[in-house]
Design a protein around this ligand. Structure first.
Ligand SMILES: Nc1ncnc2c1ncn2[C@@H]1O[C@H](COP(=O)(O)OP(=O)(O)O)[C@@H](O)[C@H]1O
Ligand SMILES: [Mg+2]
Length: 395
């Protein structure tokens, strides 16, 4: 066989879990042909042994069928992701790490960030899930291209829907399209708990959680139910959004969630015709807020029509235009975030012990409760009427 014949065979082999082949992904690093001996060097992004075995099996079979006799396949993989060292209550213990994507305001790009970040992490070989916890405006199904797909039910549990190598569940997939739901405090608690407990999340390296905007019951319940490894705040650069992002960062602090940083979204606009940059909402303005909370801007994502089109069309830019500057920015965000997660695990600081309603220091009786601007009270002030004491603090 010659090199182009070998390449042709390799380009029929899909990377497990994806619709793209290993040549297109750029995983084939070297093909060495020496008379009858064929040596192929591959560098993949997954550390999972099954992925390596599947690839070796399929490559061996197809190349031998095409005429290869002496075949050596070397596969280089990253190290296994480290076990988490988180403590406290965990309703989804098979998930190693949790990223909470939050913002003070709606419409700043939380769901867009969640989707592209999750896809980037999956492309980097992590086992990834998305929990769309925005029960008021579940947009993840559209952005992941799974509108109308219904999750499979197995006995008592529900299987997430897979797209772009990411396991996804959303209220949007569980209820009828266009239906609105009105949630009371105790119902929010229940549904968040069910989304963690009754979904068959596999053994995930990381679950990326898209939150409703603001700092309310959903955030508090989630933080009490799982030890969040990393809090990510999404903001746009204008002052009114920054004001709200402070509230989101303050909430992370009160809920003892390690702050990974800020994504400044819609940060500048590069005109495709003139290549000139315009600061529509401003740019770099979140630096001040980042400093106040001893954190940093992890990413500046410009306003780009392709991002919006990718969202509306269910075709995340990170997957569909991997060569674009923005896709590379999301890939960088994913790897920086992963470094942060490893550091948190090393230090063992992901814990929700201190914010448990039963741990003595109740989430409502201490400063640990996030403010609820709409009710003006503390973390459980809104549960007064529903009889169940939303945060279990006896109110
Ligand atoms: N950087 C960007 N460039 C262009 N459009 C964007 C960008 N980020 C988000 N959008 C679009 O803005 C709208 C709101 O974003 P979304 O992620 O739904 O915000 P949120 O989840 O915070 O409410 C969506 O239509 C999305 O496609
Ligand atoms: Mg959203």
């Amino acid at each position: 066989m010659n090199e182009s014949q070998v390449k042709e065979v390799l380009s029929t082999i899909l990377y497990p879990g994806f619709q793209k082949d290993i040549v297109t992904f750029g995983f084939v690093k070297n093909i060495n042909i020496n008379e009858t001996a064929l040596v192929i060097d591959l560098e993949i992004t997954s550390s999972a042994k099954e992925v390596e075995e599947m690839l070796k099996g399929e490559m061996g079979f197809k190349l031998k069928q095409a005429g290869a006799t002496e075949l050596t396949i070397n596969i280089k993989k990253p190290d296994e992701p480290r076990e988490t060292s988180s403590k406290g209550k965990n309703l989804a213990p098979q998930v190693k790490n949790f990223i909470m994507v939050s913002s003070g305001k709606g419409g700043v790009g939380k769901s867009t960030t969640t989707v592209n970040l999750a896809v980037a992490l999956a492309m980097q070989g992590k086992k990834v899930g998305i929990l769309d916890a925005d029960i008021y405006g579940p947009n993840v199904p559209r952005m992941m291209g799974i509108v109308g797909a219904k999750p499979e039910v197995q006995g008592q549990s529900v299987l997430p829907i897979e797209a772009y190598g990411v396991q996804t569940i959303s209220m949007g997939s569980l209820m009828e399209e266009g239906q609105s739901l009105i949630w009371r405090g105790s119902m929010i608690m229940k549904v968040i708990e069910q989304l963690l407990q009754d979904i068959s999340w596999g053994e995930l390296d990381v679950l990326v959680i898209d939150m409703p905007p603001g700092t309310g019951d959903a955030q508090l319940t989630l933080a009490q139910s799982i030890p969040v490894t990393a809090g990510l705040t999404v903001t746009t650069p204008q002052q009114v959004s920054l004001d709200d992002s402070r509230r989101s960062l303050d909430m992370f602090k009160k809920l003892h969630i390690p702050i990974a940083g800020i994504v400044e979204n819609m940060s500048g606009f590069i005109c495709p015709e003139t290549n000139k940059e315009y600061d529509i909402f401003g740019k770099g303005t979140s630096e001040v807020v980042a400093n106040e909370y001893d954190t940093k801007i992890l990413s500046e994502i410009p306003i780009e029509p392709a991002i919006r089109e990718g969202g509306d069309g269910g075709k995340p830019i990170t997957y569909h235009q991997p060569e674009s500057k923005t896709a590379k920015e999301y890939m960088l965000l994913a790897s920086n975030l992963w470094t942060f997660i490893e550091k948190v695990n090393e230090e063992g600081i992901a814990t929700n012990e201190a914010i448990q309603p039963t741990s003595g220091a109740s989430a409502c009786s201490t400063a640990a409760a996030p403010q609820q601007p709409s009710h003006g009270g503390g973390g459980c002030g809104s549960h007064g009427g529903d009889g169940q004491g939303g945060c279990g603090c006896g109110h």
